[in-house]
Design a protein around this ligand. Sequence first.
Ligand code: TEU
Ligand code: CA
Length: 573
Amino acid sequence: MEKTWWKSSVVYQIYPRSFCDSNGDGIGDINGIRSKLQYLKELGIDVIWLSPVYQSPNDDMGYDISDYRAIMKEFGTMEDYDHMLEEAHALGIKVMMDLVVNHTSDEHAWFVESRKSKDNPYRDFYIWRDGRDGKEPNNWGSCFGGSAWKYDEATEQYYLHLFSPKQPDLNWENEAVRKSVYDMMTWWCDKGVDGFRMDVISMISKVQALPDGQAGVSGYGDFGPYCINGPRVHEFLQEMNREVLSKYDLITVGECSGVTIEEAKKYASCAGNELNMVFQFEHMDLDGGETFKWNHRKIKLSELKAVMSKWQTQLQGKAWNSLYWCNHDQPRMISRMGDDSPEYRERSAKMLATCLHMLQGTPYIYQGEELGMTNYPFTSLDEFRDIESINAYHELTEGGIFSPEEMFGYISYKGRDNARTPMQWDDGGQAGFTTGTPWIAVNPNYKEINAKEQMGRADSVFHYYRKLIALRRQYDIIVYGDYELLCPDSEELYSYLRAYGEQKLLVLCNFTSAEIPYEFPRLLQNRKGELLISNYNRQQAASSGVLAPYEAMALLFGSAGSDDTAETGLYHS
Ligand code: TEU
Ligand code: CA
């Protein structure tokens, strides 16, 4: 397998609005990020993925861009941005930009022109259609509720928006759209950015007949089969690769909701003619259902393992994986698959981290995950800021599908705002995020969970993440080793084996608060591994025994017979 820098990198996602506010207006900004670069350096990450910082009316918090070549006013200026890029580079940290080109804001100049008249030169930049019998052109529902079409009086046609009405979809069939996007990307590359995370890139190509979709509980039709992994998506990405990506040394990841293994092999092929890797959603969707993610279901460990293992083994040697538990669209993983009670919060955060960071692929850490930040204890609807949760609440309660109490419980548990509360820097007012009033409330647990306390405590979640990152840098087996799942049926234990040359890496993770017996696989019985990391500070592990609640460990075995000389004991950075 070819070795590249982006395969051995660890990426850290910043949601700028909630990271650090430098001027007291309650909104995180670029100068705030600059003030925390040293913190990221200490953590040891290689790349920052910056959620959108472009000019935006913030209908969807920056994922609705009105100018791709300007910085959002609340976040600062282009000069601040240039300084940030320079300072990050000086520290050896690369910067990956969010690229949102499935849609723009309706306030983008292209759309402002497009909606003016049917013969406007920008008309075809978007997807306009006549109504059908006085109604929408088809039955598709949007991701944020309601129809995916909006009627525009000026020209008496509808435009397509797979997300909010303020996010009209670009028409990728139009060569001029593609060229404009590539020019814009080139402009950022020439500025020195190091890569792109491509928002819903799996949806840019639509089946042109725009057929009705199968109706779900909301009554709207599913656009999925006609927009996800659409007919020309690979052609477009290959063109983008030829025109832009191949000319620079970049890290690229496509956010590909609805991606299958077969599709991922194309998007992220080792041949390198599209992207480096994709974000797949199968593990995140395991607790979804008829009413999308709105429920209280818990993910079954055996199902999680089956999905993770499928991606690990089936992309092996063919395409590259990305690894994530958290991002700005997901509730906090510790509140979902771990245990966010004071008793097990840190143990389970470290266990989840071990489980993910010992896999093959490029790991992504979402801000605050390295501290074990948890979901927010919502008590009323007005604490929510996210269009997705707010719209879903209204649509599903007013549609009589859930009672207000039920639905409130679901958005509290799964809503995206759980990830978007301010980063907890210290135990001072507003967790050190701002001196003003934050745009979204700080989680009240900041007195116990904050960066300052954890940086000063050797056994904190923060220092554990540092170790995991450092280990990946030190051992090729963690980056490149093959993967094999052990005991697939266990609902308590996730254990797997990595293999690289003569080396083996055994990873054991207890996903429960009970004591769980474990045993090394037969080929490692009676061999003494080197304990690379342990969330219980163990010094060594026998080939069978009991794992404590949420215990995790990773053991390295050298070539057969060489273990006697291998050092034992914990890894120290
Ligand atoms: O998310 C795409 C996407 O698939 C989401 O709709 C996802 O299913 C949902 O957030 C899960 O609850 C991307 C961005 O990451 C998201 O923040 C944006 O809102 C969305 O695209 C539109 O740009
Ligand atoms: Ca600010």
